[in-house]
Design a protein around this ligand. Structure first.
Ligand SMILES: O=C(O)CCC(=O)C(=O)O
Ligand SMILES: [Fe+2]
Length: 387
């Protein structure tokens, strides 16, 4: 369903609370209305991601929030267009057409995995821990690893099998239809972007209902509670696939990486500390060195800025689901900050150095003052002795 510039739709319209030019002066709320359940915009042809519309909906002023879905979509589209440069708009439009082309011709193998079904996707320990919503319950399923890195069992073997089969089915479709698809990022020659194949809404729900509540507890300093978008993809290693992955940071605040299988050796992740943009190439300390061997069904959760790479998969076939989870709030806040010592190892080290230097300088001043005072007292005592 397309939304034309006048907002006319074939969908039946409800009475309008506010419409047309009258909306222009209305401002978004500063604090989202968390109780409001946003509409779904998947079926509308919009210039921006439907997920963005659902997220933005909670910030709408009451006058718009109570109006029809179409009016809300029109209001948000106009607002976003005002802030989006033309080049962005063209890029978004092309990407939407690209996705539309895939969706209109790709036949799903397991349609049931395109909607989140927690009890069939997740193991009971993971489901129970997130549902209890306490820090204690979340920490109880985490395997001790290294500071800022959390590992836990997450996917049921049956779900792993179905997703693996779906990925194989996608690759076969790409080959048979001679389609050219966009690979997950510049580092991978293989793998698929799940969001382009219709998984975007399911994966964002996984982020909203499961990853954000965990990140809120484990990564509050990068706005873990407000992960409002993601890039969800599959990486594949082994014979006739990628071999390894170079040292890098992810374009995410928090990354979830789950191994789906199959059988393989090698492919360990290696970590070397969290860094901000300025310190991304700095040395790492011994304490920051950590290696993680993948286990099918198990997840590893880390900050996107935690420097890492993947060693060569030396035999077999390794397939992982990666979710780069992003927070627009964190990205906006970052523009106004210089000190990232709450999460960057090097900023923290610099800050400690500055604090130690300042303590040392203060101590020296106090010692000098005490010595001067003692000298004055000595001098006054000796002159009193003489008289
Ligand atoms: O191969 C892996 O498990 C890691 C992949 C990764 O770090 C990435 O795609 O950003
Ligand atoms: Fe990565």
């Amino acid at each position: 369903m397309a939304l034309d510039s006048s907002g006319n739709q074939s969908e039946q319209q409800q009475p309008q609370a506010s419409s047309g030019n009258g909306d222009v002066g209305l401002k978004l709320r500063r604090i989202p209305n968390e109780e409001h359940e946003p509409d779904n915009y998947e079926d509308l042809q919009l210039d921006f991601s439907p997920v963005l519309f659902s997220s933005l909906e909670r910030y709408l002023p009451d006058q718009i929030l109570n109006s029809s879905r179409i009016d809300k979509a029109r209001f948000m589209r106009d607002l976003l267009s005002r802030y989006s440069p033309d080049t962005d708009r063209i890029r978004i439009q092309r990407h939407r057409e690209y996705r539309q082309k895939i969706l209109s011709s790709y036949q799903r193998l397991h349609g049931e995995i395109y909607s989140l079904d927690p009890s069939s996707f997740f193991v009971p320990s993971f489901l129970g821990a997130v549902r209890q919503k306490s820090e204690e319950s979340l920490r109880s399923i985490m395997v001790p690893s290294s500071p800022g890195i959390f590992t836990f069992e997450m996917f049921n073997p049956r779900f792993c099998e179905m997703l693996l089969a779906e990925v194989e089915h996608m690759e076969r479709w790409v080959y048979d239809s001679r389609s050219t698809i966009m690979r997950p990022n510049t580092m991978n020659k293989f793998g698929v972007v799940l969001d382009d194949f219709g998984f975007e809404a399911m994966l964002q729900k996984m982020v909203d209902d499961f990853i954000s509540p965990i990140a809120q507890v484990l990564f509050p300093e990068v706005c873990g509670a407000s992960l409002d978008s993601h890039h969800g993809f599959i990486v594949e290693y082994g014979k006739d696939r990628d071999v390894d992955l170079g040292f890098h940071v992810d374009d995410s605040e928090v990354t979830l990486n789950v191994c789906l299988g199959k059988q393989f050796s090698g492919g360990e992740l290696y970590f070397r500390g969290v860094r901000c943009d300025k310190h991304v190439n700095s040395e790492s300390s011994e304490k920051e060195v950590y290696d993680y061997p993948h286990v099918p069904g198990h997840a590893i959760l880390h900050r996107g800025r935690h420097r890492h790479g993947a060693r060569a998969t030396t035999s077999g076939h390794r397939v992982n689901l990666i979710l780069w989870c992003r927070s627009s709030t964190f990205r906006e806040m970052k523009n106004y900050q210089r000190d990232f010592s709450s999460w960057c190892g090097e900023c923290k080290f610099d800050k400690q150095g500055r604090q130690q230097a300042s303590v040392k300088a203060t101590k020296e001043i106090l010692e000098r003052r005490a010595a001067e005072k003692a000298l004055v007292e000595l001098a006054s005592r000796s002159s009193a002795d003489k008289t």
